[in-house]
Design a binder for this molecule. Structure first.
Ligand code: PLP
Length: 371
């Protein structure tokens, strides 16, 4: 991962000085030693916010209280085969996971799954690469030059890193979609909505204008814990991940909803060649977790506030409130984005998006915020 690694340097002059005399050494003589104790870490001295990486452990308290419902047992004779459903496009995908994914989208109303193929991935990260492979090798787009991959700035920094990692001859990074001239050759535009890092709701910046672009929609944050669900998303390739949906990043489960069967098959081929599928143990666990959050709605008497999404929305809103409070008198130093309230079809209320990643513009080298 790129970006600065930020460390807490406490060996400064603020440290308390302890002078201990009468220490005996091996020769029996007395010496005086001076120890500089690091000062306690305070808000002002603790490390900078690490904007380089986010770990969704924010939902851990919720799962500590409610995690028992997600327990599954996997016995020694389970999950031996590479295959799950040889008749399905995504043959390594457990039918339970596919069903749970369709169900949670139906309950939440954030994506149209009807007519889509579901492709599972080890997180959505690998599915992004699978989609690049599929789109850049379709017969209509194999070109002499690598296809440009663009995304409107500011964008999730991993896209560029992933596109450039293998220096593929199929595709290459094309930069900011807003300044990209898409009129000449086919290209791929990544649309992240809500966007990481600024939480904005986005549509394609260039692809829809020129007709030459193929779209990948990364909808990792399009869940009612982060943003109002205004309509079911309905795009050619939509990427989702358990990491942001329920906070289970460690299970490494993501999925793509794909309209074109040929694209879905190519994405599956990519997964077959790179990893021969996705851990069945993780898939079964993810299926159970998704079932639990979907069933929550019924158990809560259809009161969305009492569901996992409702509780985590409150938590995210509180954290944003604290952050706004912390920087409110420092407008010359920090800028936080403002989001308009929108009506959420899932929760039946108006609220402001509270994105998972907190985008702070700052003109100082480092800042400290506990949220
Ligand atoms: C917009 C976006 N897409 C994808 C991912 C990666 O998700 P996964 O853990 O499923 O690979 C992240 C992680 O931060 C993200 O912010």
């Amino acid at each position: 991962m790129g970006g600065k690694k930020l460390h807490n340097h406490n060996n400064n002059n603020n440290g308390a000085v302890d002078t201990n005399s009468n220490n005996s050494n091996r020769n029996g003589t007395t010496t005086t030693t001076t120890t500089v104790k690091p000062p306690p870490v305070t808000l002002q001295q603790s490390p900078i916010i690490n904007l380089d990486r986010g770990d969704p452990s924010v939902f851990e308290p919720y799962w500590r209280k409610n995690g028992g419902k997600c327990t599954i047992t996997i016995s020694g004779h389970d999950s031996l085969s590479y295959f799950s459903d040889p008749n399905s496009v995504c043959w390594y995908m457990e039918p339970e996971l596919q069903e749970a994914i369709r169900r949670v989208h139906r309950v939440v109303g954030n994506a149209e799954t009807e007519g889509c193929h579901v492709v599972a991935g080890t997180g959505s990260t690998v599915l992004f690469q699978a989609a690049l492979y599929a789109l850049s090798t379709s017969s209509s787009s194999v070109a002499a030059e690598p296809m440009k991959v663009v995304c409107a700035a500011p964008y999730y920094s991993q896209y560029k890193e992933q596109v450039e990692l293998l220096q593929s001859r199929l595709y290459e990074w094309g930069g900011d979609a807003e300044t990209f001239d898409g009129s000449a050759a086919p290209f791929i535009e990544v649309v992240t909505s809500p966007n990481n890092p600024d939480g904005s709701l986005r549509e394609a910046a260039v692809a829809n204008k020129t007709g030459n672009g193929k779209l990948i929609h990364d909808l990792a944050y399009y869940w009612p814990n982060y943003t109002p669900i205004t309509r079911p998303a309905d795009y050619d390739i939509m990427l989702f991940t358990l990491t942001k949906c329920t906070g289970h990043a460690g299970s490494r489960i993501g999925w793509a909803l794909v309209k074109d069967v040929e694209v879905a098959k190519k994405m599956t081929t990519f997964m077959q060649i790179t990893t021969i599928g996705v851990s069945k143990d993780s898939q079964l666990r993810a299926a159970k977790i998704l079932d639990v959050v979907a069933e929550d709605f019924g158990y809560a008497g259809n009161d969305a506030d009492k569901t996992f999404f409702g509780e985590s929305r409150k938590l995210m809103a509180e954290r944003w409130e604290k952050l706004r409070e912390a920087v409110k008198d420092k407008k010359d130093v920090f800028t936080l984005p403002k989001y308009p309230k929108r009506y959420c079809n899932f929760s039946g209320r108006y609220f402001q998006p509270a994105p998972g990643k907190k985008n702070i513009s700052s003109n100082v080298m480092y800042c400290v915020v506990r949220t």
